[in-house]
Unconditional design. Structure first.
Length: 247
């Protein structure tokens, strides 16, 4: 009789252990999906204050705007020179308040700049003629979709990150949230490409680059080595895989 009771208690103990393990397994959080938090929503007042190191192209990229439209709204001519502390309208009709920054004279809007025309990028093709190449040789580990404005291509830290087409570097820095060290290249009057999460940048703003030229060295996002790659046309993200050559 005692033996039977002991066996029953032992079985109940085993069942309780199994149940606890199952509950623990069910409650263990799964790996969260990759969510693109790099694109910012336009502020309610429709105004962006320029920070040190920002370019008009980078600001347009941040808010998924067409850089030409942003320049037009703010009456800024090529080569789109802006300065830290200025306020830019992100949409037509936004009202600029007076600035009260220390040492800065208040004004209602950025001054119109009469500057020489931007130099042409030698051999720069039209949008329909752009010949795209892969920015890195690894596998696509994050695809374009509702949760990502581009793709992630993996590799090793230090691998070359290459310009996907010929163009002019219009941003090289780390001021855009969610991109780390970032390069943005202008390919024509409609098309930009971006290369994020680099360890080292190899180009500077204003530099002309060839398709396939190394513009950065691959870095990390979290613990994974990759480059985040985007293509924007008229400010809107496109699926890079639909434009890149098959491989």
């Amino acid at each position: 009789m005692r033996r039977s009771s002991a066996e029953g208690a032992s079985k109940r103990g085993v069942l309780l252990c199994i149940g606890a393990l199952l509950l623990w397994g069910c409650s263990t959080p799964s790996t969260p999906p990759v969510v693109d938090r790099s694109v910012s929503e336009i502020p309610r007042d429709g105004i962006h204050e320029v920070r040190a190191g920002e370019t008009l192209y980078a600001i347009a990229f941040r808010y998924s705007l067409d850089f030409r439209e942003l320049a037009d709204i703010n009456d800024i001519e090529e080569p789109y020179v802006i300065r830290a502390g200025e306020s830019l309208r992100l949409r037509a009709g936004a009202r600029l308040g007076l600035r009260h920054d220390a040492g800065a004279a208040p004004r209602d809007a950025p001054a119109r700049r009469r500057t020489p025309p931007q130099r042409a990028v030698v051999g720069l093709p039209k949008s329909a003629e752009l010949k795209w190449t892969w920015p890195a040789m690894g596998n696509v580990v994050t695809r374009f979709g509702a949760e990502s404005k581009g793709i992630d291509v993996d590799g090793k830290v230090g691998d070359p990150v290459r310009a996907a087409a010929a163009g002019e570097v219009v941003y090289a820095g780390s001021g855009l949230r969610g991109y780390g060290n970032l390069v943005i290249i202008k390919h024509d009057e409609r098309t930009l490409s971006a290369y994020g999460h680099n360890r080292t940048l190899l180009v500077k703003e204003g530099e002309q680059v060839r398709g396939g030229q190394a513009v950065a060295r691959m870095g990390l996002r979290g613990t994974r080595s990759l480059v985040h790659f985007e293509i924007r046309r008229d400010g809107k993200p496109l699926d890079p895989v639909s434009l890149l050559p098959s491989r």
